[in-house]
Design a protein around this ligand. Sequence first.
Ligand SMILES: O=C(O)c1ccccc1NCC(=O)[C@H](O)[C@H](O)COP(=O)(O)O
Length: 251
Amino acid sequence: MDANGEELAPAVRSILSAARDRTGGEERVSVEARSVPAAFAAAEADGRVPVIAEVKPTSPTTDGRRDDDPVDLARAMVDGGAAALSVLTEPEHFGGSPASLERIRAAVDVPVLRKDFILTEAQLDVVESDVVLLIARFVDDLPALVAAARERGFQPLVEVHTRAELDRATSAGADLIGINNRDLARLEVDLDTFESLAPSVPDDVTLIAESGIASVADVRRMREAGADALLIGSAIMDGDVTANVRRLTSA
Ligand SMILES: O=C(O)c1ccccc1NCC(=O)[C@H](O)[C@H](O)COP(=O)(O)O
């Protein structure tokens, strides 16, 4: 059960169990973050839809695994026009690592999001990134973790899936919010999730649509519903990464 008393998919329970066992960093990190809003504005000015392309070697809902060098994948995504990157650092279920994020961030000039299941302040100190994901559903004291992330220089991206989680995110002062179309209880994806929640997001928040975006039509649908940017993984990782990013950023 999660904090809402809801049943979680076995894969998500396993992810959280592994996350709880992971220690944090030994020294507090300090980040000079590359601005996400500035990166989105630059993409718009260049006529591209702002896309955060995700380096996701595998996942509980992906068949198989890509073993390309993550830096090669990241460069290919930027070559295709990605405004920013998301990099999984969760090893057991997504094939990610802090080392991959570190190498990628040194190789590109766009903002890099650390995509992991961060539960404690100490876990912020594992690796530097420009943006760090905080999943409202799994974080007990969201205001404290948002503040702790900002104190280190991170831009916190608070991920929500329900109205209650959205209210917690705005109460915690989040100005970068992602609505995840993937229900982490059943691992099902429904783009209606974003469409139903987006109207309740304050205008001064930068809003990102996450998960299940696979086509130009999906991109247009999320943008029409109010997405400032889109976080896309599987549809980009499946095949020619540069061509996939170019297709989706040209929607
Ligand atoms: O992607 C999964 O299979 C997954 C399973 C359990 C928890 C989280 C999961 N994904 C994390 C994400 O939110 C996605 O990697 C990201 O939003 C991109 O989604 P997609 O474009 O659908 O690959």
